[in-house]
Design a protein around this ligand. Structure first.
Ligand SMILES: CC(C)(COP(=O)(O)OP(=O)(O)OC[C@H]1O[C@@H](n2cnc3c(N)ncnc32)[C@H](O)[C@@H]1O)[C@@H](O)C(=O)NCCC(=O)NCCS
Ligand SMILES: Nc1ncnc2c1ncn2[C@@H]1O[C@H](COP(=O)(O)OP(=O)(O)OP(=O)(O)O)[C@@H](O)[C@H]1O
Length: 527
């Protein structure tokens, strides 16, 4: 993965050719340094002229660069130091530049000289590429009208904005750039903590607040390090705007403008000055499925993570390399069975541990004898069989009893699972073992990969009411005794969510299956 720098004179020059170029290069980060063509040529000839910059045009150009690259999977960072200081003479980036792109052709000595003089942080074998693009009529000439830009662009010493900023995307970057361009001294950024996330789609896939703060800090200091940043966690929608008298301006989008109005209402009622509000438009994007939003959003990005590899599997030397074992887990009613059904249709072998678990209750078996001895006659039906409902009531309300039951039964079930794989599935390439308690039973290391299914707790309550006729309280007691979704996500290689229609579940499984086949063909060929 490489880092590139585009010396960009015109966003229109970013055509398919350039997109292809950066994808072929496997760039992970693309910095963009904006320069007018005139300025670039002057710098190349060492004849820097103090050219006047129209800030409104500059601002629009920053946004155009981000928008043009919105569908490309690369971390774009448009550098802003020359927004405030038109005499910028150095291009400073945190990451070392490995390739510099110029969007017009210049002599190789001029390019060499430019990179040598102005690109500060570059790798020893930094390359340069000029791509020729048609400079059509895009109007990117800085205005000659000094008055207009002085009076039209409002800047403030103390600016604020807030958000969740999960999977920092182009719209976030546009909003943050707006705030940076408006800010002369200190930019305050409020970052939502867990209490504000529960109503969001797939909250368990949102990065922790401290990680989101670190990513923001890195991004902001990279695009402009000449102002101060105060990035703080917020537990309500107001954050520091409730108390900070220095704040002058807030940046929002048209969908969060109501939040800014509430902030101002609060500030007025408590004697603080109202904030000037600047709002950016919503950046649209094409939906990849009917369940997505038609704008760039972190929720869409989280949904697109479903069925993909979130972390690489750890090699398991303790188990045979084939069949390749997928452990499938998830809390009660999370939809494991429907995921398993789809996997079987793709040709995957299947072992249901819960079904094998039920078998060990069979009268006379090792498990049955333990239950009879330990829990006594009141967990048996009249015919002597185990009354599982009654047993459930006891163990789900007493942690110690549950642990005792599990410590005896789990090793017996695992033994049965292994036997079944040997007898029925030894010729299969991939076998999924479905087990609700796979993590708790410490079977993760018995599987090559852990796949898991999550649904929000309130959805699980609804499903348990419908499917098992449980009361809300009974359902909640069961749910409380399980692992939190966040913990499951932290361990799983692949996550599914069955909150939407059956077809969407199928698409997730299809994605996971296809990616698995690629991984397996890769390991097969390297064996
Ligand atoms: C309570 C708040 C902060 C929660 O933020 P939210 O979870 O919506 O953050 P998220 O990361 O999704 O988005 C951050 C900001 O980017 C904007 N945004 C997100 N996607 C897009 C898009 N495609 N186009 C344009 N803007 C976008 C959001 O509207 C929001 O303003 C927010 O909703 C709010 O009310 N803001 C106004 C008040 C405020 O700023 N308070 C905090 C002050 S410190
Ligand atoms: N999109 C969906 N995908 C899967 N199941 C869904 C979906 N929508 C609703 N459900 C319902 O959720 C319930 C739980 O599904 P399922 O039985 O597959 O879960 P499970 O994880 O196998 O449950 P358990 O481990 O409790 O047996 C079922 O009643 C199912 O009909």
């Amino acid at each position: 993965m490489k880092t590139g720098l585009l010396i960009g004179t015109n966003p229109k020059n970013i055509g398919n050719l350039f997109k292809q170029l950066i994808q072929n290069e496997r760039l992970s980060t693309l910095y963009i340094q904006l320069l007018t063509e005139m300025k670039l040529e002057a710098l190349m000839l060492n004849q820097d002229k103090n050219m006047y910059t129209n800030k409104n045009v500059f601002r629009k150009t920053v946004f155009d660069y981000y928008s043009t690259l919105k569908n490309i999977d690369v971390d774009v960072r448009v550098l802003l130091p020359n927004f405030k200081n038109v005499n910028l003479l150095k291009v400073i980036t945190k990451k070392p530049i490995e390739v510099v792109y110029f969007d017009s052709t210049y002599s190789s000595s001029a390019i060499k000289n430019f990179v040598q003089t102005y690109v500060v942080n570059k790798s020893p074998n930094c390359r340069t590429i000029s791509f020729f693009a048609n400079n059509d009529e895009y109007n990117f000439s800085f205005s000659e009208n000094k008055e207009e830009s002085v009076h039209n662009f409002e800047e403030y010493d103390y600016v604020v904005l807030g958000g969740t900023f999960d999977k920092l995307h182009i719209a976030h970057k546009i909003m943050l750039s707006e705030a940076v361009m408006r800010c002369r001294k200190r930019l305050t950024v409020g970052v939502t903590t867990e209490s504000l996330l529960q109503s969001k789609i797939l909250p368990d896939l949102i990065e922790d607040c401290d990680i989101r703060i670190k990513i923001l800090n890195d991004f902001l200091n990279d695009i402009e390090s000449n102002i101060e940043y105060n990035i703080v966690p917020i537990d309500d929608m107001y954050g520091p705007t409730k108390t900070d008298p220095t704040l002058e301006m807030i940046v929002v989008s048209t969908e969060t403008i109501k939040g800014a109005e509430k902030v101002n209402e609060y500030r007025e009622n408590t004697g603080l000055s109202k904030l000037n509000v600047i709002s950016i438009d919503i950046i649209k994007s094409v939906k990849e499925s009917d369940n997505e939003e038609n704008k760039i959003s972190s929720s869409n990005l989280r949904m697109r993570m479903l069925g993909t590899l979130l972390r690489p599997p750890v090699p398991r030397l303790n188990i045979p390399s084939r069949p390749y074992i997928i452990g499938l887990t998830g809390n009660i009613a999370s939809g494991k069975s429907s995921i398993s059904n789809h996997l079987q249709k793709f040709g995957c072998g299947y072992v249901n541990c819960d079904e094998l678990g039920h078998k060990i209750y069979e009268m006379g078996s090792e498990g049955y004898n333990f239950i009879k001895d330990h829990f006594g006659l009141n967990v048996l039906n009249e015919d002597g069989s185990v009354n599982r409902k009654q047993l459930g009531t006891i163990v789900f309300s007493d942690q110690q009893q549950l642990q005792k039951l599990n410590s005896i039964l789990w090793p017996i079930i695992l033994k049965n699972v292994k036997e079944r794989i040997t007898v029925l599935h030894s010729n299969e390439d991939v076998v999924v073992i479905e087990a609700a308690l796979l993590i708790q039973a410490n079977w993760v290391e018995e599987c090559h990969e852990l796949w898991a299914c999550i649904i929000p707790p309130n959805e699980a309550v609804k499903r348990l009411q419908n499917r098992d006729n449980l009361s809300v309280e009974e359902a909640q007691t069961r749910i409380r005794s399980q692992l939190k979704n966040k913990e499951i996500v932290s361990k799983a290689n692949v996550i599914f969510c069955t909150l939407w229609d059956e077809n969407y579940t199928k698409k997730q499984v299809e994605k996971a299956w296809c990616q698995l086949q690629e991984r397996l063909s890769f390991t097969n060929s390297s064996l």
